[in-house]
Design a protein. Structure first.
Length: 306
């Protein structure tokens, strides 16, 4: 049976600070070679197994001056979850092969590569991220996209009057003012549900989710969690009870650059627009966080500095 295309969602990197045990360098190339008889690669696409082998060879090559080391510890202190939207396995392997001493290359060297995972169906941002955070498919989470339809909910502003069935949108449009970098969710933009007491209540993103998340598990053990993403609707990762994330930092990627009056976290977002040109941007000015590389880098830096 032909395997599904592998994407970045299959290559989640967990950076464990203060690991309780030492993990051997990645053996992805070796394992990919062993399982090649069970995997098929489209003739029109890249040979992912070959790329995995190249990445493994490059990452494990001796480099005495690189200072790459892992010091075992007796207890796990922090877990860092990195998720890169849209990066396919082939892109990842190519980058590691060409940049084995980069930070992400070092993570790969001391990590575990599982190349046989597949993306969700559909493979959008919400279902993909929730698959990682819950271990469940869209059939279980109930979330197929940021924009879907639910036959049991009432439309926003309906006061739960009339027939059920409404489009459920959890993108930047639910913000009070999506042009602003930071704007809370506007309850008036949310779908509605009539609870067991007959009350008409708003359905926030986390209410829409049907399965617990890893953030809730961590919180229930008395530990703190934090997450940053590109819009407020990612509070969905808090889980059905809405208590999984201690701190959420979510500057809206769809906001307007001109509305930023002061540098967030010391990052000059408006000033980054001056670096946009025909070689690093597409479209015409004014540029946004998704159309100009320097502006996108500055936007990402605000989250790194948070």
């Amino acid at each position: 049976m032909e395997s599904k295309p592998r994407s970045w969602w299959a290559l989640l990197s967990f950076a464990l600070v203060g690991c309780s045990s030492f993990t051997e360098p990645s053996k992805s190339g070796e394992e990919a070679a062993k399982s090649s008889s069970n995997l098929q690669t489209s003739s029109a696409g890249p040979d992912v197994n070959a790329l995995a082998a190249q990445a493994a060879i490059a990452a494990s090559a001796p480099c005495p001056t690189c200072g790459v080391s892992v010091t075992p510890n007796t207890g796990l202190r922090r877990v860092l979850l990195l998720s890169i939207d849209g990066m396919h396995a082939a892109d990842y392997y190519k980058f590691v092969a060409n940049n084995p001493r980069s930070n992400i290359g070092k993570l790969y060297l001391h990590g575990i590569d599982y190349p046989n995972a597949t993306t969700t169906t559909p493979s959008g941002a919400f279902p993909g991220m929730l698959a990682i955070a819950t271990g469940a498919s869209p059939k279980s989470t109930g979330v197929y996209d940021e924009d879907s339809f639910d036959r049991t909910l009432y439309p926003p502003g309906s006061n739960c009057v009339g027939a059920t069935g409404t489009e459920v949108i959890y993108d930047s449009s639910i913000a009070q003012d999506w042009t602003q970098l930071f704007s809370p969710i506007n309850k008036a933009n949310l779908p509605l549900f009539k609870n067991a007491q007959g009350q008409c209540v708003e359905v926030y993103p986390h209410n829409f989710l049907k399965t617990p998340t890893i953030f809730e598990v961590i919180q229930s053990s008395g530990r703190r969690t934090a997450w940053n993403d590109n819009r407020a609707s990612y509070e969905i990762l808090s889980g059905p009870l809405g208590k999984g994330i201690s701190e959420l930092y979510a500057p809206d990627i769809s906001s307007t650059l001109s509305t930023v009056s002061s540098p967030p976290n010391g990052v000059d977002l408006p000033g980054s627009a001056a670096l946009c040109n025909s070689d690093n941007s597409y479209g015409t000015p004014p540029f946004s966080y998704t159309t100009c590389v320097p502006v996108a880098s500055a936007y990402d830096d605000t989250k790194v500095q948070a």
